[in-house]
Design a protein around this ligand. Structure first.
Ligand code: IMP
Ligand code: MG
Length: 168
């Protein structure tokens, strides 16, 4: 494994995202929607850095086929427990790769009539995109590497690493 971002780099980027988001959502209450499991650490840190009141909920998604890619078919295996109607909602995700997962969730949540719907990802691999989706906030833009740590796993391992590593 090769270190891509040290813990300090990650935390600096989380603080930067929190500042941007806090500016845009000033005076609102925001529902953070984390995508399990990968986003749980990023969401925990981000939630503690933003300057507005938040509520939090989680969804769990599964993509058919398994492995390291989403093959274009996604479904919700654990839904939100909160109504989105009239709320300012921010989807929190660890990484966007093909874009299939976020595009699917965005469309499903939009149909529930939130007042606004935005997304933040810690990592973006734009060269891998298969469907058009641009998150509103991006921490790091990276090359086509498989990365682990800070919530991201390979076969459920490495989620607890405080930095981000390229798996070889
Ligand atoms: P997408 O639907 O292809 O954008 O995939 C998003 C999901 O794939 C993420 O939520 C991750 O679970 C997983 N994923 C994509 N790239 C990586 C990676 O480099 N490391 C760990 N998981 C990844
Ligand atoms: Mg994920």
């Amino acid at each position: 494994m090769k270190r891509l971002f040290a813990e300090g780099d990650v935390q600096r980027q989380v603080r930067r995202l929190a500042r941007e988001i806090s500016r845009d959502f000033a005076g609102r209450e925001v529902l953070l929607v984390g995508i399990l499991k990968g986003a749980f650490i990023f969401m925990a840190d981000l939630a503690r850095r933003v300057a507005f009141p938040v509520k939090m909920d989680f969804v769990r998604l599964a993509s058919y086929g398994g492995g390291t890619e989403s093959f274009g078919k996604v479904r919700i295996t654990k839904d939100l427990e909160t109504s989105l109607q009239g709320k300012d909602v921010l989807i929190v995700e660890d990484i966007i790769d093909t874009g299939v997962t976020l595009k699917y969730l965005f469309r499903r949540l939009k149909a529930r009539r939130p007042r606004s719907l935005k997304s933040v990802v810690l990592l973006d691999k734009p060269s891998r995109r298969k469907v058009r989706f641009q998150p509103d906030y991006v921490g790091f833009t990276i090359e086509d590497h498989f990365v682990v740590g800070y919530g991201l796993d390979f076969n459920e391992e490495y989620r607890n690493l405080p930095g981000i590593y390229v798996l070889k």
